[in-house]
Design a binder for this molecule. Structure first.
Ligand code: SF4
Ligand code: SF4
Length: 202
């Protein structure tokens, strides 16, 4: 499993490098604006840029098709337990509502690990010290089919929506992830930088 740890370590290293470059670029831009324009730059201009770039990234995903490997149906994870997700859904959280309408928890991690050992390990490694809960869709058939693929729920259509997240090796969106990962890490860095400045200002 050391290759999987390497994947996580490589991602962290890549993120640190991108973060350093992004903060340098950010500071160069800040030097060019007047002090009284800084708040607008922080609260509006940069956020607008991030939003537009994220939209483009998601738009480019539409050129790729799901290959129907069913890995995401058989192994989904969340930082929240089923009870916590139910509570969130009751409080109006849309994602939690969708998630528990499709997925149920594995009884044990051993069961989840048996399904896709490598993907399981990746998700566990990524979570580091945080607890992670594993789920599966009870509808997926033994031959890896969705019984109503054309009418699958939105949460299934949206996977994967985060190019920074790890994908199962069989996922048809791997090429998309590889193409947009660096840009996504940069946007993630920018959001971190913005949050830092905002916390300093407040
Ligand atoms: S509803 Fe269909 S596409 Fe969605 S997780 Fe279940 S089997 Fe997969
Ligand atoms: S893991 Fe990727 S290719 Fe496989 S079913 Fe899910 S979205 Fe489709």
């Amino acid at each position: 499993m050391s290759n999987l740890s390497n994947d996580v370590d490589n991602l962290k290293t890549k993120y640190r490098e991108i973060f350093s470059r992004t903060i340098e670029e950010f500071n160069q831009r800040v030097e060019k604006i007047k002090p009284q324009e800084f708040l607008k730059f922080l609260n509006e201009d940069i956020l607008k840029e991030i939003y537009e770039q994220k939209l483009k990234i998601l738009e480019s995903r539409k050129k790729i098709s799901c290959t129907g490997c069913a890995a995401c149906c058989k192994l989904a994870c969340s930082e929240f337990s089923y009870d916590e997700l139910r509570q969130k859904a009751q409080n109006g959280d849309n994602f939690a509502t969708q998630f528990i309408s499709v997925f149920v928890p594995y009884d044990t991690e051993v069961e989840a690990e048996k399904i896709y050992p490598e993907y399981f390990e990746l998700l566990k490694n990524k979570a580091e010290d945080e607890k992670v809960y594993f789920y599966h869709c009870p509808k997926v058939t033994e031959d890896n089919r969705c019984p109503d693929y054309e009418n699958r729920p939105q949460i299934c259509r949206d996977f994967p929506d985060n190019p920074i997240g790890f994908l199962p090796k069989t996922c048809g969106y791997t090429k998309w992830k590889e193409k947009v990962e660096e840009q996504s890490l940069k946007l993630h860095s920018l959001l971190e930088i913005i949050e830092f400045y905002k916390s300093k200002i407040s």
